[in-house]
Design a protein around this ligand. Structure first.
Ligand code: GRF
Length: 203
């Protein structure tokens, strides 16, 4: 399957997908990386891997719809079949999300549906939770919402700061995202009644 990735920054999850896709039997190929921010590390990672990149800045458009029309045009030109958000920091409209229904993945650094949104690790620590994790899910219009494809659990340790916890969760993310994308790209899973069914498993 031809995969496009939306990023806004560092791109360490993008790097995990790039590395996984090097395996000859990996069922997905990264054909386009789009960043809404110029000059970010994720773009350099894609370029180093020989993957075509585009910068499409929301600031260059009069609103969400024309911004998203530009995203769609670039994705369609590249023949993208599956779209992955990897640290993409813009909310997308209902109509964009509808066009990519069940073909659009996101990763979030918590065990959803707990701790949606920003400052996740800070809020996990404040809550006193002893286990957190990472989730890859199909995108729906609501933020960090949608059928869960795969999750990994990560312990919260005494003395953790948000940064220390983020680093531990990020390691889990880097294993989880390639695994979840492979499940979708290979057709091992599908959405039924807003749940992902098929060969789902913990990594
Ligand atoms: C990750 O923690 C991801 O779960 C969250 O934003 C971070 C992006 O990191 N949505 P990176 O750009 O992939 O390094």
């Amino acid at each position: 399957k031809r995969v496009g990735v939306l990023i806004s920054g560092r791109g360490s999850n993008l790097q995990a997908l790039i590395d996984a896709a090097k395996a000859p039997d990996y069922p997905a190929e990264l054909v386009l990386v789009i960043s809404n921010v110029a000059g970010v590390q994720g773009l350099a990672r894609a370029e180093a891997a020989g993957i075509p990149t585009r910068v499409i800045s929301h600031k260059d458009f009069a609103g969400r719809e024309p911004f998203e029309a530009a995203l769609d045009a670039a994705l369609n030109d590249a023949g993208v079949e599956i779209l992955c958000n990897a640290g993409f920091m813009r909310l997308l409209t209902e109509s964009f999300v509808a066009r990519w229904h069940d073909r659009h993945l996101n990763i979030h650094p918590s065990l959803l549906p707990a701790f949606k949104g920003l400052n996740t690790h800070e809020r996990v620590l404040e809550s006193g939770a002893k286990i957190t994790g990472a989730t890859v899910h199909f995108v729906r219009a609501a933020m960090d919402d949608g059928p869960i494809i795969a999750q990994a659990s990560v312990p919260v340790n005494p003395g953790d700061t948000p940064d220390i916890l983020a680093a531990r969760v990020l390691e889990a993310e880097h294993k989880l995202y390639p695994h979840a994308l492979a499940l979708v790209a290979s057709g091992a899973v599908r959405v039924e009644g807003e749940h992902v069914v098929g060969m789902t498993q913990q990594n």
